[in-house]
Design a protein around this ligand. Structure first.
Ligand code: SAM
Length: 323
């Protein structure tokens, strides 16, 4: 996929997330050294306090794991994994010989009772997903609920998440945001969801798959209107790219370029503040209505002024009605 080709005004950053093998190779021994400041070898080898540990893992670059995450994974009695083969790579990288066990959407109901029994008996059990923070569009929520209901301690070991990583790099307002997870794959349900959140006055964050990116962006452009946005792809990995443009231009870019490779997050800026006054809208509408139908005039004035379509429509009706 042509990484830097795009509509005018788009910006793309590539290759910012390169992994450095030497940095990762030394990170776990660094973990032992770092603990030295607060504890002893004996303490390091001691058992973890009983309970469920929700452990964030990297979203691509294996160096983005915390020292505490490695320590918990090493000392847990068992590590629940979305895919044990994926977690095995992380564990191998840091020389951790953990007992892993699958915990994913397809076996969770069946294996949860045994996990809870083990936790109640005093085990320290870690839960990881394939990448990033467990429970965030990943399995684990029901296990946490069940553990809390049984009075089992739940500890979060924080770390990487694609949502926040994308938000930070998007250049869009980070102070208030709505994380909307994955949009429904079917067009009608996706459009309904976008319609429900279109007036939320915050930045929006969506996970999306590469094959569905084009249609999702087209729906976002149509329903959320002219907003700045970013497609953040392959974050922390070799081919990291953040493409920033307005929704319509991004939709156009991917309809021409085709689906990109890899994993991605879509970040959309908040609705434009409706800064135009009624008098300004009336002036713009007066000119537009002389040339166009009411609907076309409303669309034009909303696009030009950034005012909410609903507000422009109300003014247009008032003008037509002579108010
Ligand atoms: N729990 C994970 C987290 O905290 O980020 C997310 C898991 S969700 C099943 C996977 C989705 O996260 C992908 O489809 C993509 O939207 C996003 N994602 C994960 N890693 C990513 C990366 N390196 N770059 C961009 N998006 C990523």
């Amino acid at each position: 996929m042509p990484r830097s080709k795009g509509a005018a005004g788009a910006s793309a950053l590539s290759g910012a997330g390169r992994e450095t093998e030497s940095a990762t190779a030394s990170a776990f021994s660094l973990g032992n050294a770092a603990r030295g400041a607060e504890g002893t070898e004996a303490e390091a080898a001691s058992k973890l306090a009983p309970g469920l540990y929700l452990v964030a893992t990297p979203i691509g670059n294996l160096a983005d794991v915390t020292l505490r995450a490695l320590d918990v994974l090493r000392r847990a009695d068992a590590v629940l994994c979305e895919d044990t083969r994926v977690t095995a790579k992380l564990l191998a990288r840091y020389g951790i010989a953990a007992t892993t066990q699958p915990y994913h959407d397809h076996n969770a109901e069946r294996v949860r009772p045994a996990i809870l029994a083990r936790l109640k008996a005093g085990a320290a059990v870690a839960l990881v997903s394939d990448a990033g923070t467990p429970l965030v569009s990943d399995p684990g929520y029901k296990l946490v609920r069940a553990a809390l209901a049984e009075g089992i301690a739940v500890t979060v070991v924080p770390g990487a998440s694609a949502a926040l990583t994308a938000l930070l790099g998007s250049g869009l307002p980070p102070d208030r945001f709505l994380f909307a997870g994955f949009l429904p794959p079917k067009a009608a349900a996706r459009q309904r969801t976008l319609d429900e959140i279109k007036d939320v006055a915050t930045t929006l964050i969506f996970y999306e798959s590469a094959p569905r990116l084009g249609e999702s962006l087209a729906d976002m452009a149509a329903i959320l209107g002219p907003r700045p946005a970013a497609v953040a792809r392959e974050l922390t990995k070799l081919h990291e790219e953040v493409r920033r443009d307005n929704l319509a231009a991004l939709a156009e870019h991917y309809s021409v370029a085709g689906p990109p490779k890899g994993e991605l997050v879509v970040v959309v800026g908040p609705p434009m503040p409706a800064t135009a006054t009624d008098a300004e809208l009336d002036r713009a509408l007066g000119a537009a209505l002389a040339r166009k139908s009411l609907r076309e005039a409303v669309d034009e004035v909303a696009a030009v002024t950034g005012a909410r379509r609903r507000q422009v429509y109300a003014r247009a009706l008032a003008l037509k009605g002579g108010r």
